[in-house]
Design a protein around this ligand. Structure first.
Ligand code: CTP
Length: 410
């Protein structure tokens, strides 16, 4: 049974065959001491009666943006989504259809659940359920990636036989697995606004160095680590600028994005934005070399094989380190060997306050959702970071930034 003063979950039920499982989930959440308020979309009500959830929760089920208790459309009922959003510790949507995921991604607000989602500043957990083809569709995959980058938690669907007769991924995760995820999220204290008022400049993604109008030299960076850092800083109250190379991942919302392509452009934009920044984190994988000259026309293969002469790019981190002026500077080191020794050399050589060292290659670090490594500080401390999500690692990095910088940041 819900305990007095327990955490409050708004359970959004959207319209899929798995909507009936939301009743079981509701019970499991209550068994764990959470109080649950249910919001149903119009299509969810075609699968399950609101009365089922009203009986389970003892509270009116919200089914309409405008319907009041008495059935009248009143101002107080129309703004209910603000009050309910303020009271909720978690917005949990199960099942989350492809449609609701798309609406959340694009900020559509055409019913109570989607409007509340926009008004809600707290933590969001979604448990998708749909046909395997819909789950595999690039539109759904992109929506999931965008939501994830914004910090939305996802309980991936199970694989198995689906209501439509197909076999594959798309079945709503078991209620206990969803309840476990909700419990885990609620056990982590909400982000502290300990970077409030701070201006953070982050570089992210790869750079591209052109050879001719169609070809370039680049690297495997996806931008995920830089974007995780940006989302973390944003959620801790900072105002965040990302100078961003052509990354394959989606940047987080609520940050100023400065898109660039080449190392030179990244250098120029970083220098333009440096004055305003108090914390600078260089997570981009900047090309160290670029073609010395760029062919103005496409190089044709009937010409003899071209020798591409390379010249060094500017080391942006080193340049920022040379004019640090009290800023906190965090560098990264991507290494395939001698992790700590190489990282120490870069920390000192580039005048960083902190240096995050990752082993790369063999499926590590680049384009993965997890990371691990070392955080070295100029004072000589080394913190080992075991394998964790890039978002969690971003949290550890900003904890270290605050620890080493408390005295320095005005
Ligand atoms: N970096 C930079 N400008 C460059 C190259 C690197 O700002 N032209 C930054 C990266 O963003 C990262 C750090 O320097 O924060 C280290 O990058 P890394 O590629 O690991 O090291 P390099 O200095 O390029 O040295 P090496 O390639 O020899 O390992």
């Amino acid at each position: 049974m819900p305990q007095p003063g327990g955490k409050r979950i708004v359970l959004g039920v959207s319209g899929g065959i798995a909507a009936y499982k939301a009743a079981e989930l509701c019970r499991r959440l209550q068994d764990r001491g959470f109080s649950v308020r249910v919001v149903m979309t119009a299509s969810a009500q075609k699968f399950v009666m609101p009365l089922t959830f009203a009986a389970l929760t003892g509270e009116r089920v919200i089914t309409d943006l405008f319907a009041s208790d008495s059935g009248d459309a009143t101002l107080s009922s129309a703004i209910d989504h603000i009050g309910i959003a303020q009271e909720a510790d978690l917005l949990l949507v199960a099942p989350a259809t492809a449609d609701i995921l798309a609406k959340f991604t694009h900020g559509i607000a055409d019913d109570f659940l989607t409007t509340m989602h926009l008004a809600y500043a707290g933590r969001v957990l979604v448990a998708p359920a749909m046909n395997s083809n819909m789950w595999a569709h690039p539109a759904t995959a992109e929506n999931i990636a965008t939501l994830r980058a914004r910090g939305v938690h996802i309980v991936e669907p199970d694989a198995g036989e689906l209501a439509c007769g197909m076999v594959g991924p798309g079945r709503l995760a078991e209620p206990d697995r969803i309840a476990d995820a909700a419990e885990l999220i609620l056990s982590i204290p909400a982000a502290q606004p300990d970077l409030a008022g701070k201006r953070v400049l982050i570089t992210a993604g790869p750079t591209r160095e052109p050879i001719d109008p169609v070809r370039y030299i680049s690297n495997r960076s996806s931008g995920k680590m830089g974007f995780a850092l940006a989302a973390e800083a944003r959620d801790r109250g900072a105002s965040v600028t990302i100078v961003c190379g052509p990354a394959s991942a989606a940047p987080p919302s609520g940050c100023k994005i400065v898109p660039v392509e080449t190392a030179q452009q990244m250098y120029d934009r970083v220098m333009e934005n440096l004055d305003a920044a108090q914390i600078v984190v260089m997570a981009a994988a900047v090309a160290d070399y670029r073609p010395a000259s760029v062919a103005t026309q496409k190089i044709k293969k009937d010409q003899s094989a071209p020798a591409v002469e390379l010249e060094p790019t500017q080391d942006i981190l080193k340049a920022v380190g040379a004019s640090k002026d009290g800023r906190i500077l965090v560098g990264f080191a991507a290494e395939t060997e001698n992790l700590q020794a190489n990282a120490e050399r870069k920390l000192r050589g580039k005048n960083c306050d902190l240096l995050v060292a990752n082993l790369v290659g063999d499926g590590l670090a680049f384009d993965t959702d997890d990371n691990q490594g070392l955080i070295l500080s100029a004072s000589g401390e080394v913190v080992e970071i075991s394998r964790m999500s890039k978002r969690q690692m971003a949290g550890r990095i900003f904890d270290e930034v605050l620890r080493t910088s408390r005295a320095t940041i005005a």
